[in-house]
Design a protein around this ligand. Structure first.
Ligand code: PEP
Ligand code: MN
Length: 290
């Protein structure tokens, strides 16, 4: 008789998020769009919802250019307590209105457990930002939500710590998580952060969850967004999150990194070209044009 050696598959501590526990890519369906697998998602919109005109005009512009999901911050985690903190529930109301007008699903950040319920009522996807990636009570609350969570990498978090944060959410029952690489803090100060594109490759190896890239917060510079968006698609990101403002000079938050609608349209054209060269399915983007 042959000696059968049982090979134990040792799962990492992020066992639910691990590729070893689920080989196929997770694909998240939200309204008329899909995130993950062979779908390329483009989330776009202003850093913060400022007023009705700003939100609606930006929403129309990003929809026309082919964005698949609309963003807008209503609760802003700002470095300074004197900076604009967001319109809160009124901001969510305006974002929802813009989402309905453009027929785009909406995403907005939730910064505390106290305000979780109100954000959850309005949005299709809840964002947990870099500063809250290890806010464990918030992660646990997100785990009890029925809505997908966009989880951004902390600015000094390792790839493993990001996956453990996702595991917190999954272990409470919510398996709909989108990971976002948004740059990490290094010794370099020329850019706001340092975009870690190799993290996309690592994450795609380690997890079945969708991975997107936010070049806006990674660089803080509008002229770097298009080239890095292209690079992100080439390395295999499942999507992008980009800040767009109809008049960045007047933005109450993150103007220097915001694209004007024309520049966003140009970025979308390049992304479509890159996707066809790289043979990446961009069905949703093609559809959104027609
Ligand atoms: C944002 O996306 O609005 C944001 C605040 O990003 P981050 O958490 O990555 O800084
Ligand atoms: Mn921002």
């Amino acid at each position: 008789m042959l000696n059968i050696v049982e090979k134990e598959i040792k799962l990492p501590s992020y066992k639910l998020a691990s590729r070893l526990s689920k080989a196929d890519d997770t694909v998240i369906k939200i309204k008329n769009t899909k995130i993950g697998g062979s779908h390329l998602t483009v989330i776009a919109g202003p850093c913060a919802v400022e007023n009705e005109y700003q939100m609606l005009s930006t929403a129309r512009a990003v929809k026309a250019a082919g964005a698949t999901i609309l963003r807008g911050g209503a609760y802003k985690p700002r470095t300074s307590p004197y900076s604009f903190q967001g319109l809160e529930e009124e901001g969510l109301r305006l974002l929802k209105m813009a989402g309905e007008l453009t027929e785009l699903p909406i995403v907005s950040e939730v910064i505390s457990t106290e305000t979780f319920d109100v954000v959850e009522q309005y949005v299709d996807i809840l964002q947990i930002g870099a500063r809250n990636m290890q806010n464990f009570p918030l992660l646990k609350r997100a785990g009890r939500s029925k809505k997908p969570i966009l989880l951004k990498r902390g600015m000094s978090a390792t790839i493993e710590e990001l996956l453990m944060a996702a595991e917190y959410i999954m272990s409470e029952g919510n398996e709909q998580i989108i990971l976002c690489e948004r740059g990490i803090r290094t010794f370099e100060t020329y850019t706001r952060n340092t975009l870690d594109l190799s993290a996309v490759l690592a994450l795609k190896e380690l997890t079945h969850l969708p991975v997107i890239v936010d070049p806006s917060h990674a660089t803080g510079r509008h002229n770097m967004i298009e080239p890095l968006a292209k690079a992100s698609v080439i390395v295999g990101a499942h999507g992008l999150m980009v800040e767009v403002h109809y008049q960045p000079e007047l933005a109450l938050c993150d103007g220097p990194q915001s694209l004007k609608p024309k520049a966003f349209e140009k970025m979308m054209q390049s992304i479509k070209q890159i996707s066809s060269i790289e043979d990446i399915s961009i069905k949703q983007l093609k559809q959104s044009k027609s």
